[in-house]
Write a protein that binds this ligand. Structure first.
Ligand SMILES: [Zn+2]
Length: 249
């Protein structure tokens, strides 16, 4: 069993054992923060705090799952960066960018641990023989989390040899890998014409209902990639990007 993170310890302190018990207003209150929901211009969420009390405001113009993640992110700021007032733009919350500001990454990691705690998630995983977007959507529904945040969590915490890659109009935005996949499998920057993802991103292709066989060189530069096969399942995100789940044998 992995050691619990600070967000998970907070959940355990409150006796939380099921995803539907993760009540962010109650959790925030427990740590001295009040959550306000209203329309915000130019930012996704913010926190203003004194020594012991803070007010977190979240933008109601955003989708519910994004609001949830933003609240988790601000509680993370309250935990890690108390004493600062922070305004967080949507580009700074949950974008999974490799790089980016340290404070924002810490707050994102806290949010992921708070909304998808490993000690609640892990016991549910053995029922899923294979990782697909159907599985990811089911878990996202159970935990009220976004598809990308849930997918990253399942890739990183599950036992499936897999990589998740996000492409936008300007190329690859980020990727996440399971620890069983060696670093030598590094995804290409641009989508290959033979990938399913390209028709979803630039054409009118619909989401792939299930993973389909694919030569690995379509996705990776590795010299011997053409000797390998993988499975691809790609879907469009609510931001208009494409998420590709690549499953190795
Ligand atoms: Zn932030």
């Amino acid at each position: 069993m992995n050691r619990l993170t600070v967000a998970e310890l907070l959940l355990q302190e409150l006796g939380i054992t099921e995803p539907e018990e993760i009540d962010l207003d109650a959790i925030a209150w427990h740590v001295g923060a009040t959550i306000k929901r209203r329309k915000l211009d130019g930012c996704e969420a913010r926190i203003v705090g004194t020594g012991k009390k803070a007010i977190i405001t979240v933008n109601t113009a955003s989708a519910l799952v994004r609001q949830q993640f933003s609240i988790g992110h601000e509680i993370g700021h309250w935990y890690h960066h108390r004493g600062r007032s922070l305004i967080c733009r949507s580009e700074e919350i949950g974008k999974h960018c490799n790089g980016g500001a340290v404070l924002e990454r810490q707050a994102d990691a806290f949010a992921a641990d708070l909304l998808l705690p490993n000690y609640i998630l892990q016991p549910r995983l053995p029922q899923f023989k294979k990782l697909t977007f159907d599985v990811i959507k089911q878990v996202a529904k159970d935990f009220t989390t976004s598809i990308p945040a849930t997918a990253i969590r399942l890739i990183e915490k599950g036992d499936w040899p897999s990589i998740l890659i996000c492409h936008g109009q300007t190329g690859r935005k980020w990727f996440a890998r399971n620890t069983s996949v060696p670093d030598s499998w590094f995804p290409k920057d641009e989508l290959h014409p033979e990938s399913y993802a390209i028709g979803i991103l630039y054409g009118n292709d619909t989401d792939q209902a299930s993973p389909r066989k694919m030569k690995a060189h379509i996705w990776f530069n590795r010299r011997d990639a053409s000797n390998y096969e993988l499975q691809e399942q790609s879907i469009r995100t609510m931001d208009g990007d494409v998420l590709s789940l690549l499953l190795f044998k």
